[in-house]
Each structure stands twice: as C-alpha cells, then as structure tokens.
Design a protein around this ligand. Structure first.
Ligand code: PMP
Length: 434
C-alpha cells in the first residue's frame, strides 16, 4: 500500500514529534476544484484547503495555464531585474489596500518571511524592539516570528531577539474578563493600555494581530475590538501590523481583507497562503514611509515575487475577482454557518460555533465545557472515513477548522454538513454521554 510505504519512509523528512493528521496518514495525489484524491484513489471533499491556502481551488485551468506559460519561458531571473507580472501584481494589490495614502509592497516566499519583513520595517521605523502580540496568535516559524507566536506548542524556544509582551486575545468563550457577562465589553482591548503602561518602556514598535486568529482556532475579534485597540495604539504612535495570511482575499466573505470589517487602518498588512493559491509567495504591504525606513540599506529576497510565483498569484487574484469568490464565501459561508449552528443544538459536544465567510470553526468541549481534544481527533477520523477533510486548531487542539476553497457550492456545503452531522452522532454515541 502506497500510504504505508510513504509513512515508513517519512522519518527522512520530518522529525518524529510532528504528528501527521489521521491514525493512517493520507497523501494527496491530485485535486480538482474543491475535491482531492489520495494516492490510493479515495476521493475527499477538501474543507481544509491546504490549511486555508487553496483559496481558488485545485487545478484551476486559468491559474495552471498561466504558470505553465511562464515555466516554458523562464523559471527565475533575479529580483534585481524588472519582472512584469510582479509589478502588475503589486499594482493590483495596492489598488485594494486597506491602507490610504502612499503604499509599497515587498514580496517574499512565505507568511513567515512576510511577518519577518513587517517586524523589520516596524522596529526600524520606530527605533524600538518592543512588540505586543496576542495570546493564541500564530505568525510563523522563524526566530523572530516564533517570538511573537502566542502558543507554546508552536514556539520551540522562548528566546526572542524582540521584547515581546502578550495581550489577551478577544476570545469570548474563554475570556477572563467578560465571559460571564451578557455582552462583551471589550475589556481585553482596554487591557492593552495597562500593558503598554506597565509592561513596556512606553515606546513600543508595533502591535500585531490576525483579524480572526487562524491556528489559534478561528477566534473572531468582536465588533469594535480593533477600533478600541487602534485608539490605544495611536496614543503613543504604536504601529498596527495586521496579519491577513489566513483572512485575506475574501475568505471572510464580508470584505476582501478581514480587517475591513472594522473602521481602522493598519500600517502594515501581511499576506501569503491564498495570495498564491499554493505557490510559495508572501508579501507585506505598508505605508510607504514605514516600509522605506530601511533605505538606503538593501532588503532583498531571491525568490520573493519571482516570475513563476508572481504569474500564478496574478492569475489567482484575477480569478478571485472575476468570479466574485468573496461573494460566494459570503453566501455559502452564511448558509453553512447557519447549518452548523442548528447542528450544535443537537450535539452538546459543540461548545462554540464561530467564524465568518468560509473560515468557520466548531470548538469541541466536554461535559463541563472544558476543551476536548480527543473528541476533535475522533471527529477528524469520522469525517475522513466519510470522505471529508477538515482541520484542527486552537491552543488545546480541540477546535475543528473549516476552510474550503471559496469556490464551494451550496450543495457541497450541504454534503459536508451531512457528513459532519453523522460524524458528531458517531463520536457522541461512542462516548455515551452526548
Ligand atoms: N501568519 C499566519 C496567520 C499563519 O496562519 C501562518 C501559517 N499558518 C503564517 C503567518 C506563516 O506562514 P508560512 O507558513 O507561509 O510561513
């Protein structure tokens, strides 16, 4: 069996401590739209989308043809030369920036590198190494970005070249401030003022946040949260780095960028994943004044915005816009969320249904509403057996992440919901308490 053979040889590429998904790990051989097939020929509905990356779906002819055309011409030249599609991509992204005024964009190869560059620009501009990040955040795997990732399982070292403070994340279900109050009163945002005043020198370079925390378990900031945060940042000139790696490109349905649901402007916007629909590309877009603070020193990336990635990302961006994938994320996402909310009524293992557009989550809990990671594992297995791939996330790995390509139809959403309903019944019956 191909999977067993690959699993036996997998130790060569990844340390044993990194768990693969599923008791019997699968490998994906090919995909088409929102469906994928494993090496043994089994078909799945892909509702994890390569961890929130395959935004336009798999094997999209418009994107594939564009990339093939570039492969036939030249693979790589140098970012020291002019690259037509890189410039077109930059112009198109800047047209849609959630930032006013003069803007610039810097291309890299991943989300990690994009955050790394954002940190460079912000610390240089502000002449400070102090950064405020949120608990349960995830910003990447380099030394600096691990230092601002608020989940110890993703930070193999507690050392950092930055002086990092962690602010409470706006996590209504488990909020230490207002979870027992009828309404969220944004105390977690207000707490930032105390952090700046009591835990820093007062001269902080940047505050970094995801509009909806991705790896943290699709934790949505409540209305008014970022407006309150921005007021506090503006008091001392702290820059706002918005990490849109998971929330950008229409994923949240209501807006192109997740932060646009709030009446604030970030100083730097970080993007990757959906930008390339699977190609290795990331970028940081920011106020020209901030981004250019590194001048006259050269900041350069060999692969950042290379001909292949730029051509693919440009074709992907055109596909997203021409086919109104954001609109589809809104319509199908709203339908699916309603369906999940109804499902929750019959399955007490669901402690929370959250998210928006096609970034939806089910937080699985035990009888005392404590996180239930074992239930999340059983749910994943039960879905896989029925032909549905979903993701896991959250500080306690008890949250199911649903993030299909934005091209899914209502029928596919219904098919997935039916499978999830059956999977929930199966895990409930096994435990005998739900
Ligand atoms: N920021 C966020 C919000 C992410 O979810 C991720 C990846 N999970 C990253 C940054 C890092 O991106 P990459 O894995 O492309 O380096």
């Amino acid at each position: 069996m191909k999977h067993e053979d690959l699993r036996a040889r997998h130790g060569a590429v990844m340390p044993g401590w990194m768990p693969l998904y599923y008791e019997k790990p699968i490998g994906i051989e090919r995909g088409e739209g929102f469906r994928v097939w494993d090496y043994e020929g089994n078909e799945y509905l892909d509702f994890f989308g390569g961890i929130v990356t395959a935004i336009s779906g798999h094997a999209v002819p418009e994107i594939t043809e564009a990339v093939k055309g570039q492969v036939d011409k030249v693979l790589h030249t140098s970012t020291l030369y002019l690259i037509e599609n890189q410039i077109k991509l930059a112009e198109k992204l800047i047209e849609r920036a959630p930032i006013s005024g003069d803007k610039k964009i810097f291309f890299v190869g991943s989300g990690t590198e994009a955050n790394e560059a954002a940190l460079l620009f912000a610390t240089r501009y502000r002449n400070s190494s102090e950064v405020i990040a949120l608990r349960s955040s995830y910003h990447g795997r380099s030394f600096a970005t691990m230092g601002i990732t608020g989940q110890s399982q993703w930070s193999p070292t507690s050392r950092s070249g930055l002086d990092v403070s962690y602010a409470p994340n706006p996590y209504r279900l488990r909020c230490p401030f207002c979870k027992d109050e009828p309404r969220c009163n944004l105390q977690c945002a207000d707490d930032l003022r105390a952090i700046v005043g009591e835990e820093t020198t007062g001269h902080v370079a940047a505050y970094i946040a995801e509009p909806i925390q991705g790896v943290g378990g699709f934790i949505e900031a409540p209305p008014g949260y970022f407006e309150r945060v921005k007021e506090i940042l503006d008091e001392t000139g702290i820059l706002f780095i918005c990490d849109e790696v998971q929330t950008g490109f229409g994923r949240t349905g209501s807006h192109f960028w997740g932060i646009e649901a709030f009446d604030v402007e970030p100083d730097l916007v970080v993007m990757a994943k959906g930008l390339g629909n699977g190609l290795a590309i990331g970028a940081v877009m920011g106020r020209a004044e901030v981004v250019e603070s590194v001048s006259p020193n050269l900041h350069l990336s060999t692969f950042g915005g290379n001909p292949i990635s730029s051509t693919g990302a440009l074709a992907n961006l055109n596909y997203i816009l021409d086919n109104d994938l954001q609109g589809n994320a809104y319509t199908v996402g709203t339908y699916l969320k309603d369906r999940l909310l109804k499902m929750a009524e019959g399955h007490p293992v669901i402690g929370d249904v959250r998210g928006k557009g096609l970034m939806l989550a089910l937080e699985l809990v035990g009888p005392g509403r404590e996180p239930d990671p074992a239930a999340a594992n059983r749910f994943l297995e039960a879905c896989r057996r029925r032909g549905l791939l979903v993701g896991k996330g959250g500080l306690k790995a008890n949250t199911i992440r649903i993030s299909p390509p934005l091209t899914i139809t209502r029928e596919a959403a219904e098919e997935a919901a039916g499978i999830m309903d059956e999977a929930l019944a199966e895990i409930g019956a096994r435990e005998g308490v739900r």
